[in-house]
Design a protein around this ligand. Structure first.
Ligand SMILES: Cc1cc2nc3c(=O)[nH]c(=O)nc-3n(C[C@H](O)[C@H](O)[C@H](O)COP(=O)(O)OP(=O)(O)OC[C@H]3O[C@@H](n4cnc5c(N)ncnc54)[C@H](O)[C@@H]3O)c2cc1C
Length: 407
């Protein structure tokens, strides 16, 4: 295989492009926008394999139908007649059992364990960006919320990852802006974070410097295979190569479905914004029961949260940002939440079973990489490594066997 077209210039597509180049493949990257035009931009940037766990857990049952239509709930499904969305959601909720959680966690653990190493591989070989150690500060408004989180981490540890968690007696020495009404605060070690937009941009720069052709502003409308795969864009350009990788995030089913990829992928949209913090906050902060994830970003503090099931092209819903602000007011002091910048919505590519789709389709030469849901940043580089290996050698690494896109 000498040439490949990667559709999608997010973390997953660009990591795959980089690894294809490692194997000597000539790569063309096509995106309807540009580098990190999708959910790889304004996300929380957490490289937390120890928290890369199934999204559907037993708590999905406690949300109840009322909170699904409540715009302030952390998980929001607008009530509309969309049979595909409700089918997705029924399947998603059916995975909210301990048994399904364990099955998914055991499938994710092998790739979780190599995730950070895959970042070091990129930054040690020309990707000009940093990854930074935590600690991650984990806060709870009520003591009774702690047990569920600790229980989850125990399960992660039982599956084979180290997740050192320690209670803090003086959490404000790490993050002075934490509200003193929090009843319990912990530190989680062994995890890292990045500034996702700048990291993916640096990855894009490396891929381009290594000789890739970038074709941006071009929505791909079809992938045809008659002999070699050919990709056609909305503006009529056609690109042909020995292989195609569909890495289009929450848009993945539009191109991948006809190649036998039947797993539903829905846009689980999350929102973020940044605020100033004085002194600057140095560590990521997580509030598990509020599903709020915060990260230092370019001298400011990014606050991210919510999961809203709407189409990936729908406009930002200001009400979701309001809901994050209302929640955050009780968690911090001294942050001016009204002086926000970088308001952003992005679409997590969510699958009902919580597993990504990585590998060959039913058509020779056509591959997919996506569906990582909450964890496409931390798992992106390892995804690229294993997919490129499969494409070039035919070997399917055990780490990606459970992610067969034809399951
Ligand atoms: C609020 C929030 C916080 C998050 N926090 C974290 C975190 O802390 N850690 C973590 O690991 N993950 C996190 N995630 C999830 C992570 O952002 C995603 O899983 C990841 O970005 C998916 O990467 P991707 O490359 O698959 O998709 P994307 O980044 O969405 O890239 C897909 C690309 O495909 C392009 N595209 C789509 N269709 C077409 C087409 N037809 N033609 C051409 N181009 C097309 C798009 O323009 C886009 O650039 C978060 C997500 C959100 C929303």
């Amino acid at each position: 295989m000498k040439s490949s077209i990667v559709i999608g210039a997010g973390m997953v597509g660009l990591s795959t492009a980089w690894h294809l180049q490692e194997h000597g493949v000539e790569v063309t990257v096509i995106d309807q926008g540009g580098v990190a035009a999708g959910s790889s931009w304004g996300n929380a940037g957490w490289l937390t394999p120890g928290m890369t766990m199934p999204l559907a857990d037993t708590s999905v049952w406690t949300y109840g139908p009322g909170s699904l239509v409540n715009p302030n709930a952390p998980l929001h499904v607008p009530f509309r007649p969309d049979p595909k969305l409700w089918e997705f959601f029924a399947r998603f909720v059916s995975h909210g059992t301990q048994k399904a959680w364990d099955r998914t966690m055991s499938a994710l653990t092998p790739i979780d364990r190599v995730a950070l190493d895959a970042f070091d591989e990129l930054t040690g070989n020309g990707v000009d960006a940093w990854t930074r150690e935590g600690p991650f500060v984990v806060g709870f408004e009520k003591e009774k919320q702690v047990g569920g989180f600790i229980e989850e981490l125990k399960h992660v540890a039982a599956h084979g990852q180290e997740v050192p968690l320690e209670r803090l007696s003086d959490p404000r020495s790490l993050v002075p802006q934490l509200s003193d009404s929090l009843e319990a605060v912990y530190r989680l070690d062994g995890q890292r974070f990045i500034e996702p937009g700048p990291f993916v941009r640096a990855l894009g720069d490396a891929v381009r410097e290594r000789g890739a052709t970038f074709a941006f502003g071009l929505p791909v409308t079809s992938v045809e295979v008659a002999g070699k795969p050919t990709v056609t864009t909305a503006h009529g350009q056609r690109y042909t190569a020995d292989s195609v990788v569909i890495a289009t995030g929450a848009w993945l089913p539009r191109l991948a479905r006809r190649f036998g990829v039947r797993t539903l992928v829905e846009a689980g949209r999350g929102y973020s914004f940044t605020v100033a913090s004085e002194p600057p906050i140095e560590y990521p902060v997580y509030f598990p029961s509020r599903r709020i994830a915060c990260t230092p970003y370019q001298g400011r503090f990014r606050i991210a949260g919510t999961m809203e099931f709407r189409g990936p092209d729908e406009p930002l819903q200001a009400g979701r940002i309001d809901s994050i602000i209302r929640t955050s007011r009780g968690l911090f002091t001294g942050l001016d939440l009204d002086a926000r910048e970088n308001e952003w919505v992005g679409s997590r590519p969510v699958t009902p079973d919580g597993l990504p789709l990585i590998g060959a389709t039913n058509t020779p030469g056509v591959f997919v990489a996506g569906g990582h849901g909450m964890w496409g940043i931390v798992l992106g580089p390892a995804t690229g490594r294993f997919l490129a290996e499969q494409m070039l050698t035919g070997r399917v690494a055990p780490e990606i066997v459970p992610f067969n896109p034809l399951r």
